[in-house]
Design a binder for this molecule. Structure first.
Ligand code: PRX
Length: 636
């Protein structure tokens, strides 16, 4: 039996039992056998969910880039580490070997040092999916700087909030980015953001689109000449196991985005382990995850997990619909991709297109298909299974979160029998619990509950940057001694889990986590708006879309409502980014509120979803009459 590589169901159950009976011993054996340490840990785990505080491999010394790069050079130096597939299919793919990756990361690390970046400093990375994004992430890790990657679809305001929250010293960006037919101007977004960021001293700019941009003297520099002049070796900074590796922002149901802090050793061990098992990775595989490195999926399963296993990881710059809807499948054929990992929203969108786009290509290289980010509906699951996997590839429906760092609930392909829409069983070391509304654990099966995790795993986020209280409040105060995920789940008769969706005010739109409160704040900035409430409603491609209920101020003047709708979406684009735009905006004279003034979102959600059969008891509302008005004017 191997602790590190589970190959059949029997083995899974044995390993799982061991991992729960003696977690410390279990993870210690894995850490010992599969990674490079400068010093061994003094203690495998200490934890206290009350404080909350979790520490794994305390006292150990390591550098994650040595584990992701240097360790492979002797045996895999000429193997492709990153296979870069550009936006434009006529541009040649780049095979970046482990040797080349080593040189680039060291050069970039030396550039960062020259710019005065030191261990513990925060560096914001705002780049498209080009190789420099991976180099930048790893260069930070090489010198012990904490990277904060911000998805390059966020607006200047959203970028500025994130830069200021973690006090970043340096920003790495590019002149522009290619997304399908569009060329986006990233540098001017950074320029606008930096008008309100005093902490940033330097900006490094990657040349990608050759767009005309302005460079600010004393602040902005092109990256290429600095890289060319830099040495190709850079001694790794030796880090403590619990030193922060990165910050990644995720939406909360209220307030500003939360900067989740992940630390070094536990994150490395867990992402490497889960990558190996969930994708049944073997040496000659070509693995492709279509996510953006701006999200946790990209951090854990494009960069760190695959590279820690010496894998070839595909990095795709473009979009699934360009030059046509066959692009994903063309890439699978071209590079003989063996594992393909994407979001249900992409599957639903591509499933609506003609099958010719799929049938043109030879997909026989595929061995494992994965999904992540939101519940997958049965129809999409079957489309994926039949047309992409040809009923021969197991599908892994992987459930996890920015906060969890790695996959927690997922089938192990070729071991766990899959059932559509079920993420199935917890991975080794993961102890899920379902809680009822009264805060009691539900022990029986075939019930719904709120999903918690009872015991720490190595890659749990350790805190929210600069706000440990909020970390405690958000994840550890709902249920005593439990990490609360914010998701609802059902456990069936055999113990399989199906994630039913968020139970808080976060809506997942096209796989992106969006907090409703910041969107409402943006809408309320509109001069004609008095109040607003946002809810999600089902959408056949995006999974959920956003529905806004907006009360206009009574100023006596009449405004063109379609214009106000446009202006509201414009504001949202500016404040957050186009991903947060509303699909429907209904103007209303009031919102259903409880006597204590809280908006009853449950009612609004039901109305927006077209499900008005059982609105529950509305008589306790402060203004029950408003419910009829809202129902009458609901937008279909
Ligand atoms: O609601 C769950 C949903 O995505 C949330 C986490 O979002 P984020 O932090 O952006 O990370 C996404 C990538 C890991 C979860 O709380 N979610 C994620 N995976 C699944 C899912 N819902 C259902 N099934 C999944 N497989």
């Amino acid at each position: 039996m191997s602790n590190y590589h589970i190959k059949h169901l029997e083995e899974y159950f044995q390993v799982y039992r061991k991992s729960v009976r003696d977690p410390e011993n279990y993870w210690e054996e894995i850490a010992e056998e599969h990674f490079l340490w400068h010093k061994r840990w003094d203690n495998v785990l200490s934890w206290d969910f009350e404080k909350p505080e979790v520490k794994w491999f305390e006292g150990a010394k390591l550098n994650i880039t040595e584990n992701c790069i240097d360790r492979h050079l002797r045996t895999r130096g000429n193997k492709t580490a990153i296979l870069f597939e550009p936006n434009d299919s006529s541009e040649k793919a780049q095979h970046i070997t482990y040797n080349a990756l080593h040189d680039k990361v060291c050069q970039f690390a030396n550039v960062l040092k020259q710019q005065g970046v030191k261990k513990g400093d925060r560096v914001c990375i705002y780049l498209p999916m080009i190789p420099e994004l991976s180099y930048a992430v790893l260069a930070c890790a090489r010198i012990g700087a904490i990277h904060s990657v911000v998805f390059a679809g966020f607006s200047a305001k959203a970028l500025a909030t994130r830069i200021n929250d973690s006090d970043c010293k340096l920003v790495i960006t590019s002149d522009g980015s290619y997304r399908g037919k569009k060329v986006l101007d990233l540098k001017s977004i950074v320029d606008e953001a930096l008008e309100t960021c005093e902490c940033v001293e330097n900006v490094l700019v990657v040349k990608r689109t050759r767009s005309k941009i302005s460079m600010k003297d004393d602040r902005d520099q092109w990256l290429a000449p600095l890289m060319d002049a830099a040495e190709k070796t850079c001694e790794p900074e030796i880090m403590d196991a619990e030193d922060p590796l990165f910050i990644l922002y995720t939406s909360g149901s209220t307030g500003t985005p939360k900067g989740m802090v992940h630390t070094t050793a536990g994150y490395m061990v867990y992402t490497a382990f889960t990558f190996k098992n969930v994708f049944q990775y073997t040496e000659d595989d070509i693995y492709w995850c279509t996510a953006d490195i701006g999200w946790i999926t990209g951090h854990s399963y494009i960069v760190y997990g695959p590279l820690a296993n010496g894998a070839t990881t595909v990095m795709f710059e473009g979009v699934p619909s360009y030059p046509d809807h066959g692009r994903f499948w063309e890439i699978v054929e071209k590079h003989k991709v063996t594992q393909f990992y994407t979001a249900p929203t992409a599957i639903r969108a591509l499933g609506k297109e003609k099958l010719d786009f799929v049938e043109k290509y030879d997909l026989s290289s595929l061995k494992v298909l994965g999904t992540v980010g939101e519940p997958i509906n049965e129809e999409a699951w079957h489309w994926y299974d039949e047309n992409i996997g040809k009923r021969k590839c197991p599908i892994v429906d992987t459930w996890w979160q920015t906060e969890t760092g790695g996959i927690l609930i997922s089938p192990i392909p070729y071991s766990t029998p899959a059932i559509p829409t079920f993420a199935t069983l917890p991975l080794p070391g993961i102890q899920p619990a379902l809680m009822d509304e009264e805060g009691k654990e539900i022990h029986e099966n075939q019930v719904d509950g709120r999903l918690c995790i009872k015991f720490p795993w190595p890659s749990i986020a350790r805190t929210i940057w600069g706000n440990h209280e909020r970390y405690k409040e958000t994840y550890f105060s709902a249920y005593k001694n439990m990490y609360f995920t914010g998701d609802g789940a059902l456990r069936d008769s055999v113990g399989y889990y199906r994630i039913t969706g968020r139970v808080d005010d976060v809506v997942i739109v096209s796989g992106h986590n969006l907090g409703t409160a910041p969107i409402e704040d943006a809408i309320n900035e509109h001069p004609a708006v008095a109040e607003s409430a946002i809810v999600g409603f089902p959408h056949d491609v995006k999974g959920n879309a956003l529905y806004g209920y907006v009360i206009l101020k009574e100023t006596g003047e009449t405004r063109d409502r379609d214009n106000v709708r446009k202006e509201i979406n414009q504001l949202i684009s500016e404040r957050i980014g186009p991903i947060a735009k509303l699909d429907k905006i209904q103007f209303t004279s009031g919102l259903p509120k409880t006597r204590s003034g809280k908006i009853m979102r449950r009612i609004l959600r039901k109305i927006a979803s077209g499900d008005t059969s059982n609105l529950g008891d509305t008589s306790t509302l402060l203004n029950p009459e408003i419910v009829d008005e809202i129902m009458e004017n609901v937008l279909k």
